[in-house]
Structure formats: structure tokens, C-alpha cells
Design a binder for this molecule. Structure first.
Ligand code: NAP
Length: 516
């Protein structure tokens, strides 16, 4: 069978009535099973525990999305043993068979696309378009990594001398611990898990504690697609309670983590220690935080600049690792861009995202709400509040889109990741200065430059040190296989999710040389 070339999953056009109707049906279906219990899955066995993670709707704290069994240390140990044993058979399963499971799982999710997106509306408070993009990205990861595995399976050519037969092939690593965040609760959870398994590894999957239901539903999809028992072991639980245990475990061969800088750094340090019984050095793939910047040049489309800043700063309430949290504007056009961005922000709607028209939903939970509100207080000291600055956590966790102006490049809100709907504007003397300020954080994830000056585009291409750099567009919205995603410096281990070399991070190369 010839494989259809990879093409990303299109976003749903919600201006069409039939699509609106289909999405509403997805919401109704999800609402019909809200509050259900979900088990752990270890070696194919469904295990229900008394201790549960209660997943609630961040737009409505009273609404329970689901109750998910929580793994204890003993169950994590059981999962590790299952994964370790299953690795001995799974590593020998043909790459074509492994890829096929991903293609089947993608087809199942595509069929249930709006249901999955509706779970994200309820569990993560995503607006329709953001939920739709999250689900599309999950599908993309499966389609893309399946194809990448088939390419890698062909091997890489090395030379052979006369009388010699040399081969160079990639083989899997072993048991991977996959720890995912809540902000792309479907795409990143599914993408990091399937990258590991299609490469021939077995997995312990620990989803974020605020979004375990979408992960539980995805486990059902993988089972339906024919994934053998024990390849993926689903062990929701608190990161702070069980994280160290699974990271430190001597049978853990690698950790694939996406989340905050602090947790990523902790995992990186702990994984470096060789524990009793461990016979390898662990690998860590870490995708961490960002402090992402849009630079606006004086020769630029200023309307595009303001629109790009507002969309990148406030889409999904600024809770994307790629979200624009700093706008650095060359002084000649600073006032115009700022004024227009404030005007555009006034038009944004905030509320429960059951309604298609709502632009922005809640932030993730009480901890996120409190953290963002405390940064807003810091912002009031460090800059001029132009719009927003208020929050309401009485029913859900709502924070108004917030702009601070005239912020010093060294201010805390210009350097620390806030992870909410807050953007700081700073003035630059000229383009050189703007790039200098853009580079002044410890992160290096995404950035964008709005300019019509060709020389400045080339300058930024060389000097703006971020993993994903965009010109004349916003700094969010990378697409699998089109804009491989991942950052520099404290944004992670320099990997690129959805890129051509990503699966290799989950594998090791073996050279064989046979004398004929
Ligand atoms: P987080 O608090 O670091 O949590 C991420 C995951 O780590 C969760 O599953 C969490 O479990 C777990 N965890 C917590 N403590 C742990 C420990 N001591 N050991 C092992 N695991 C532990 O991050 P988040 O709030 O979910 O996500 C937001 C962050 O992710 C932001 O910084 C954002 O920039 C970053 N992010 C980066 C990328 C990228 O591609 N670079 C993509 C998305 C998000 P619990 O939920 O149980 O605490």
C-alpha cells in the first residue's frame, strides 16, 4: 500500500452551520457522561482505586468532568514491571504494524473529533477553535510520527568495504516515562506518548492532574486501534507525589516531559543520577516554558502587528507556551501599535466557552488564577495598566485580558513566565535594541518579527535566539510537520516536536558489521 503524503488536519470552519451543529452534538455527548469514573490501565488491566483525581470544569468549579483513579507508588511499580516486560515483545513488533496502530487511532479520533474537542471545552476551558486545533494537532502527531517511523525503519546508509556488510539502524530505548501538561491536554499528551511507542518503546503515561479525562479517553482509542496490552500504562497521579519515584526508577530508560521550567529542571537533575540497579544513563526530552516576544519594526504593517500581538497574547487566555507575553516596539510606532492593541482587546469576549462566540475562557485552576493575579499586582508596580487587570474566581477562574505599557526590559513581568492573559509592552530605541531586549530572558521558545525590512528579517533570522521564529504573523500556532516546535536555553532540551528528527530522540543507533 502506498502511503498518502502527510498533510495537516484542517481546522473546522465554524462559520458553517453544519459544523456548528456537529460541535454542539459533541458537547451534548460529553455532557451526557460528565462525572463518570475512569480507571487506571496497567498491562491492559483496568484498575479502580479509592483515591481519585476529580477533574472539574475551570469555567464552572461545581461541574465535575470526571473522576479518575489515582496511582499509588505500588501501582506505579506494577506499571513499570508491565512496561519493562512488554518491551521485550513490543520492540520486535514491525515498525509498519506500530505505525498502523497510530493511523487507526488517528482515524478513530477524526471520527470523534468534535467529541474530543468538547472534552477540552469542559476540562480545559478551551474555546471551540482552540479545542478544535488541539484535537487536530493530536491527529497530526499520529499521522506524522507514523510516517516518520516508516522512513526511519528503512535505515540509514553506511558504506561497506569489499567482503563486509555494514548496517546502521535505530532501535528503541526501553521504558519511557511520559509526563504531560494540561495546556495542550490532548495534543501534547497524545503526541509525546505515541512518539515513544511508535519508536518501539513502552510507556508509563502520567497526564496533568487537571486534565486526566481526555487522556483516559485517548487510552480507550489506542486499545480500539489494537495497541497490545502493557505498551502504554496509564497512571494518573500527582506529579509532586509520584513524579520523583517514576523519574528515579532504575528501569526508567528515558523521560519525555512537557511542562514548567522548574519541574523540567528538577527532572533533568534527578534523571542524571545513576540509581542502584540502573545500567544506563537516562535520556531526558524536556519541553519547558517560554517568555515569547513579538518585535515590531518601524517599517511594518501596524494593523497586522496589533492583531498578531492580541491574538498571540490572549488566545486560550495566554496559556500557551508560545503565547506572546512581551511586545517590543520600535519607538517611532510604539504609541500607534499600543493604542490599536488596546482597542482590539476591548472587543474580546470572556466567559464560559460553551458559546461559540466567546473568544476567551477561564484559566486552568485556582493556582493558575492566584499566580496570574499576583503577577498583575507586580505589573501595576512595573508598568501602566492600559486595560484588564481584574479577575473573578467566584464561579470559574476568569481573568480579563490585560495589557501593561511602558515596562522596563529588566522588569519581572518582562522576564518571568506568567502563563496567563497578560502582555507587557516595552519601547525600543531601534531594531537592534529591540532584538537585544527580545533575547534578554533565560528562555528561547518562540518569537515573531513584524517588519517590511528585508535586512531586518535576515538580521533577526541570525540573532533572535528562539527555536521557533516567525515573520509577519503571530508567535503561536505551530503545525506538526510544517513548523517543528521547541525552544532553546531554559525552554528545554532543544528538541523539536513534530519535526523530522524527533523520533530519533526516543531511539539509539546500532551498527552491525558482518564479514562475508
Ligand atoms: P507543570 O506544573 O510543570 O506540570 C507538567 C507535568 O509535570 C504535570 O503532569 C505535572 O503533574 C507533572 N509534575 C509536577 N511536579 C512533578 C515532579 N516533581 N516530578 C515529575 N512530574 C511532575 O506544568 P503545567 O502547569 O502543566 O504546564 C504549563 C507549563 O508547560 C508552562 O511553563 C508552559 O510553558 C510549559 N509548556 C511547554 C511546552 C513546550 O513545548 N515547550 C508546551 C506546553 C507547555 P501534576 O499535574 O500532577 O502536577
Amino acid at each position: 500500500m502506498k502511503l498518502i503524503p502527510y498533510k495537516h488536519e484542517p481546522f473546522t470552519d465554524f462559520s458553517k452551520e453544519e459544523n456548528q451543529k456537529a460541535f454542539k452534538e459533541g458537547l451534548e455527548l460529553v455532557d451526557s457522561y460528565l462525572g463518570q469514573d475512569y480507571p487506571l490501565t496497567i498491562g491492559g488491566e483496568k484498575i479502580t482505586t479509592e483515591d481519585k483525581i476529580v477533574s472539574v470544569n475551570p469555567a464552572n468549579k461545581e461541574q465535575v468532568v470526571g473522576r479518575v483513579s489515582k496511582a499509588s507508588r505500588e501501582l506505579a511499580e506494577k506499571a513499570m514491571n508491565e512496561a519493562y516486560e512488554t518491551f521485550q515483545t513490543w520492540r520486535k513488533v514491525k515498525p509498519e504494524t506500530r505505525a498502523d496502530i497510530l493511523f487507526k487511532a488517528a482515524a478513530i479520533v477524526r471520527r470523534r473529533k468534535h467529541e474530543f474537542s468538547a472534552i477540552l471545552v469542559r476540562e480545559a476551558g478551551k474555546p471551540w477553535n482552540e479545542a478544535d486545533a488541539d484535537t487536530a494537532e493530536a491527529i497530526d502527531f499520529m499521522e506524522y510520527y507514523g510516517r516518520q517511523m516508516l522512513r526511519i525503519a528503512e535505515g540509514f546508509k553506511v558504506e561497506s568495504r569489499p567482503g563486509e556488510y555494514n548496517q546502521f539502524n535505530y532501535i528503541p530505548l526501553g521504558v519511557g516515562v511520559v509526563i504531560s501538561p494540561w495546556n495542550f491536554a490532548f495534543a501534547i499528551m497524545a503526541g509525546t506518548a505515541v512518539a515513544a511507542i511508535v519508536s518501539g518503546n513502552t510507556v508509563l503515561l502520567k497526564p496533568a492532574s487537571t486534565t486526566p479525562v481526555v487522556a483516559a479517553k485517548f487510552i480507550e482509542v489506542l486499545e480500539e486501534a489494537g495497541l497490545p496490552k502493557g505498551v502504554i500504562n496509564f497512571i494518573p497521579g500527582s506529579g509532586s507525589e509520584m513524579g520523583d519515584y517514576i523519574v528515579d526508577h532504575p528501569k526508567t530508560r528515558f523521560v519525555s516531559f512537557t511542562g514548567s521550567r522548574d519541574v523540567g529542571t528538577r527532572i533533568y537533575e534527578r534523571a542524571a543520577k545513576v540509581n542502584p540497579g540502573q545500567i544506563w544513563l537516562k535520556r531526558v526530552i524536556a519541553e519547558m516554558g517560554g517568555k515569547d516576544t513579538i518585535v515590531v519594526d518601524k517599517e511594518a504593517d501596524l494593523e497586522l502587528a496589533a492583531k498578531s500581538i492580541v491574538a498571540s497574547a490572549f488566545g486560550f487566555s495566554g496559556q500557551k507556551c508560545s503565547a506572546c507575553s512581551r511586545a517590543i516596539i520600535v519607538e517611532d510606532v510604539y504609541d500607534q501599535v499600543l493604542e490599536r492593541a488596546v482597542e482590539l482587546t476591548k472587543e474580546l469576549t470572556l466567559g464560559d466557552t460553551t458559546d461559540r462566540e466567546t473568544f476567551m475562557g477561564p484559566v486552568n485552576d485556582q493556582a493558575a488564577f492566584d499566580k496570574i493575579m499576583s503577577y498583575i499586582e507586580i505589573g501595576k508596580e512595573e508598568g501602566e495598566l492600559m486595560i484588564g487587570g481584574e479577575g473573578d474566581d467566584s464561579k470559574g477562574y476568569f481573568i480579563k485580558p490585560t495589557i501593561f505599557a511602558h515596562v522596563d526590559p529588566e522588569a519581572r513581568i518582562m522576564k518571568e513566565e506568567i502563563f496567563g492573559p497578560v502582555v507587557a509592552f516595552a519601547k525600543a530605541k531601534d531594531f537592534d535594541h529591540a532584538i537585544e531586549v527580545a533575547n534578554n530572558t533565560e528562555y528561547g521558545l518562540t518569537g515573531a518579527v513584524i517588519t517590511n525590512n528585508r535586512a531586518h528579517i535576515e538580521q533577526a533570522r541570525e540573532d533572535f535566539h528562539v527555536g521557533n521564529l516567525y515573520f509577519n504573523r503571530g508567535c503561536t500556532g505551530a503545525i506538526v510537520g510544517y513548523q517543528p516546535f521547541g525552544g532553546f536555553n531554559m525552554s528545554g532540551t532543544d528538541s523539536k516536536a513534530g519535526g523530522p528528527d524527533y523520533l530519533l530522540l526516543h531511539m539509539q543507533a546500532k551498527t552491525t558489521s558482518e564479514m562475508l
